[in-house]
Design a protein around this ligand. Structure first.
Ligand SMILES: Cc1ncc(COP(=O)(O)O)c(C=O)c1O
Length: 381
């Protein structure tokens, strides 16, 4: 039996057993191009139709508003590049799939400031919208992948629409963790991803809730009503549909259970290290996510020690080539780099169990004890 503890669901979720079965069964269809009119093709088309229905239900959309893509990155890119808005207003805490695309692929962009919790400054957004001579595209994520902080999407859409702007919401981390309702949020476009909801990697959807024009990123055949050319990945779409249906059915129970684990973990880390900071603790955030620090010990060193103990979490900072850089999210929240480079992110998901919290606290407790006994030199440098 695998004895490792996986608390990194915001990075990717293990596929649900029902998803694995659906993918295998769809791959077993013979000669099934969903554009073919013969029986095999119709069987493949039926799988896609069913998946479209599940994903539409999950986010409160109509089936014809759902476009299957290769994932969150492609959905975000399609809107940012294809919505035809030259000016884009974006929060500095967005995932790179949005932030980098806006900064490198659009004509004119402005960063919308955030406060110390990473919440968008609505007055600053309004001022930026007011100085706009042409209607903009506003790109704000529903839930942050690092801190879990939730943006007030309905207020943002309302503000943006009063100035003729369109709103694109990266809901990759929100879907399956909190209720998502495109009508209540009033967004024009929304991105979601299979591998964050127990579905396959490399599949996702773009939900287009407006009649405003949108150019396809990939041109060719007329699949997905001309919004995404290429023969559909039937097996992955089918798996996404199953994941979406289960996400809708289990949302309430799962959120309550995961919030319990998250809260127990935070109570435990505060007891072990009173100097810890838990980011966004007092504002609305995802029930499964915690981003916290262990002052004095770099994130990569903590990760290594936890990994040796069989516990997988993520650094709350960007580690590459032996260097730890503050995360752009914590940086935008004005967190001191000495603190942000010691941040970790724990994110629970469908496969999490109560014992995962105990295993994490045992391993992290060792770190804090070694630190306070002065045995931490080797790992704090
Ligand atoms: C908030 C957010 N947006 C977009 C993405 C990219 O999604 P995908 O991996 O499906 O391309 C991620 C993945 O980590 C994410 O967390």
């Amino acid at each position: 039996m695998d004895s490792s503890v996986y608390i990194d669901h915001n990075a990717t979720t293990p596929p649900l057993p029902e998803v694995i079965s659906a993918v295998c069964s769809a791959m077993g269809l013979t000669g099934a191009n969903p554009s073919s009119v013969h029986a095999n093709g119709r069987a493949a088309r039926k799988l896609i139709d069913d998946a479209r229905c599940s994903i539409a239900t999950l986010v409160g959309a109509m089936e014809d508003q759902v476009v299957f893509t290769s994932g969150g990155s492609e959905s975000n890119n399609t809107v940012i590049i294809g919505a035809g808005r030259r000016r884009v207003l974006v929060s500095p805490t967005e995932h790179a799939a949005v932030l980098k695309t806006v900064l490198t692929r659009t004509g004119d962009s402005d960063l919308v400031p955030v406060d110390k919790d990473g919440l968008v400054d609505l007055e600053a957004l309004e001022a930026l919208l007011a100085e706009d001579e042409e209607p903009a595209l506003v790109c704000i994520m529903a839930a942050n992948n690092e801190t879990g902080v939730l943006q007030p999407m309905a207020e943002i859409s309302d503000l943006a629409h009063r100035h003729g702007a369109l709103v694109h919401c990266d809901a990759v981390q929100a879907v399956g963790k909190i209720p998502v309702d495109i009508m209540a949020w009033g967004v024009d476009f929304l991105a979601l991803s299979g591998h964050k909801i127990g579905g396959p990697q490399g599949i996702g959807a773009l939900v287009r809730c407006t009649n405003s024009p949108l150019d396809s990123l990939i041109t060719g055949g007329g699949q997905e009503r001309g919004l995404r050319a290429g023969t559909e990945n039937v097996a992955a779409i089918s798996g996404l549909g199953v994941a979406g249906r289960i996400a809708a059915e289990t949302l309430v129970d799962k959120s309550t259970r995961l919030k319990g684990y998250r809260d127990a973990l935070e109570t435990g880390i505060k007891a072990l290290s009173p100097a810890t900071t838990i980011f966004c603790e007092d504002v609305p955030r995802l029930p499964n996510t915690s981003n916290f620090t262990l002052p004095g010990i770099r994130s990569d060193k903590q990760l290594m020690t936890l990994d040796l103990a069989g516990v997988s979490v993520s650094a709350g900072s960007a580690c590459s080539a032996g260097k730890v850089e503050p995360s752009h999210v914590l940086d935008s929240m004005d967190v001191d780099p000495d603190i942000s480079t010691t941040a970790l992110r724990a994110s629970f998901g469908w496969s999490s169990e109560e014992t995962d919290v105990e295993r994490f606290l045992d391993a992290w407790g060792d770190l804090t004890r070694r630190q306070s006994s002065g045995n931490m030199k080797a790992i704090s440098k």
